[in-house]
Design a protein around this ligand. Sequence first.
Ligand code: CP
Length: 290
Amino acid sequence: MRGLLTLKDLKEEKIIELIKYAEKLKRGFRISYPDKKIATLFFENSTRTQYSFQVALMNLGIKVVDFDTQLSSIAKGETLYDTVRTFEALGVDGVVIRHSKDEYFKELENIKIPIFNGGDGKANHPTQSLLDLMTIYEEFGKFKGLKCCIVGDISHSRVAHTNIEVMQRLGMEVYISGPEMFNDHCAPYLPLDEAIEKMDIIMLLRIQFERHQEKMNMTKEEYHEKYGMTYERMLKMKEKAIIMHPAPINRGVEIADSVAECEKSRIYKQMTNGVYIRMAVISDSLDGNL
Ligand code: CP
């Protein structure tokens, strides 16, 4: 299959190449594909991924075909495969898809146009991980030996699962922290206050209430006190350490309002880098390399 479905398909050298290409685009390099059209199919809510893909497409001179699930024939029972096959038949040059089903793309093996995965269930979020890696690379100029702790709702997080696999492959030390009920043992566990003092990167996650079968056994205020990035915890981080979060953020829950835009926060830089990473991925694919 063409496009980008999971980072597990990309070798470490290719990941670095895409980050360097995104940095070149960020410095002002321009490339244009004025005859191309790409459809964005979001079956789950999204602000950053959906609209940064759209901005990336516009920056590349590509026409955006915006798909509204509410007004589409999904409501009449049309399947994901038939929806994507329809866009292929209409002549679009690729599709961006977000879907709640883990590895939805396994149903799309007959599709010939590139598919760019905007997130599948709890499994993969490849462009989010690439923009996270770009932000880390910009900050530290390397991956090997860096220590990162991902804090929060690990078990429901495609960002955590994608980042842990690729960060370990790139030589980073990756840990998880947060409530035991969200620990799926995908990386070694560290108590939060130990992680705060030792890590180069603290990556916070939102509690994904929409994916919970079970009720969380604490209030948002209790969560903030036990597992949130409070102002006091931020002051205990290493001098050059940074705070990341894929967003949307819940101010006052996993991160204090006063910390969300503090000097250590790279949250809005991550969003900016998302545009350039998505430009790099789409351009590389349209050039026949992905
Ligand atoms: N980070 C992220 O995937 O945000 P959205 O859900 O808003 O796209």
